[in-house]
Design a protein around this ligand. Structure first.
Ligand code: ATP
Ligand code: MG
Length: 350
């Protein structure tokens, strides 16, 4: 039986076929097996992933099938030396040796369960100055977004209060940056979603009690890519400075810059914007009273998404473990909704 979205497996090695069927079953995927070259070529372009047994790699290389992404050659370790040449001719992404590569195959197949789902949108929140309210707003936007679909708040600031604490998920079991801090191959969107501390639709990727050394750039890149594949919305709590900030901000559909409408608040926010290579997707959230939002926008040089007064009862809501959004009304939830809408609809920056 053929499934349009099923990975195509071709091998005449019965043990390899069994192993790939087992890995697929564990990943919740149904595979299509092609035992003849005709069958392989028929499914070659439409299958989301093609797993070619090393035993048939040379035969397939002779047929010179069209180049396509997602082809993997699977071999029992150690792969025969010719396998690498055949893989190159077929245009395979890699040779995966079993049994050590089983996890990688499982991850590739697991992501197929989410095939057809669009990558989630990523938005960042950063403070124009220290204590502006960025972490609070990031968590509030996470709570608002979670009502629309799976959402992940990613804490990129090792010196903040901890988004997991603000969202009252600090005692929840799950992975934190110390488990993901070094690049270890491809991480599936679903595995990340299921591994982080989570309540209903809202998960958080935070820090261990004692934050480890600085994050590895490649690991952050891989994690954010998996986060997008596994969630509808990803909210980044960005520190004002650090190795990851420019790249993470560049990957955001929108960066909400929380600014205090004071002389010092505006000056610091303007400096942050000036340091960005591409400030065109930044919008302001003006918090508190002082200079008019339009004036702040003119001075900082980016448009206003929204302005909000201080949220009363915030400390109490956090102490109660409710997260910053404790009711459907109030300045903070209204601002969080505006940021979410601006990121998903592109309204403010159009
Ligand atoms: N909308 C708000 N209304 C009232 N108080 C707020 C609001 N947002 C934040 N605060 C308070 O301001 C303080 C700093 O908040 P928060 O940690 O969110 O700021 P930040 O910009 O992330 O700071 P940091 O520079 O440490 O990253 C906290 O005490 C918080 O409760
Ligand atoms: Mg913060």
């Amino acid at each position: 039986m053929e499934h349009a979205q099923a990975p195509l497996v071709t091998t005449s090695d019965a043990a390899l076929a069994d192993e790939l069927t087992r890995l697929a079953a564990a990943a919740g995927a149904v595979i299509t097996s092609a035992s003849t070259t005709d069958a392989v070529l028929r499914g070659w372009t439409s299958a989301p992933v093609v797993l070619v047994g090393a035993d048939l790699a040379a035969t397939l290389a002779d047929l010179a099938p069209p180049r396509r992404p997602g082809v993997q050659v699977i071999a029992w370790a150690p792969a025969p030396p010719d396998t690498y040449r055949d893989a190159l001719v077929i245009g395979a992404e890699r040779v995966v040796e079993l049994p050590s590569g089983a996890e990688l195959v499982a991850e590739l197949l697991t992501d197929l369960g989410e095939a057809g789902r669009l990558d989630g949108s990523v938005l960042g929140v950063v403070g124009g100055c220290g204590g502006a309210g960025a972490t609070t707003l990031a968590c509030a936007v996470g709570q608002v977004a979670a009502a629309h679909g799976p959402t992940l708040v990613v804490d990129l600031d090792p010196l903040g209060p901890g988004c997991d604490r603000v969202l009252a998920l600090d005692d929840a079991p799950g992975v934190r940056w110390d488990s993901l801090g070094s690049a270890s191959g491809r991480l599936s969107g679903r595995s990340l979603r299921e591994a982080v501390p989570r309540r209903d639709g809202l998960g958080v990727l935070g820090w261990p009690a004692t934050p480890a050394a600085a994050l590895d750039t490649a690991a952050v890149r891989e994690t954010l890519s998996a986060a997008r594949r596994g969630h509808d919305t990803v909210v980044l709590d960005l520190p004002r400075a650090g190795d990851q900030v420019a790249e993470a901000a560049a990957g955001c559909a929108l960066v909400a810059l929380v600014v205090r409408p004071t002389v010092t608040g505006v000056a610091a926010a303007a400096r942050w914007v000036a340091a960005l290579p591409d400030p065109c997707r930044v919008g302001l959230v003006v918090r508190g009273h002082g200079a008019a939002p339009d004036r702040v926008a003119a001075l900082v040089g980016v448009p206003v998404i929204t302005a909000m007064s201080d949220q009363r009862g915030l400390a109490e809501a956090l102490d109660l473990g409710l997260g910053p959004v404790r009711s459907r009304r109030g300045p903070l939830v209204t601002a969080a909704r505006a940021v979410f809408a601006a990121a998903t609809e592109g309204s403010v920056l159009a």
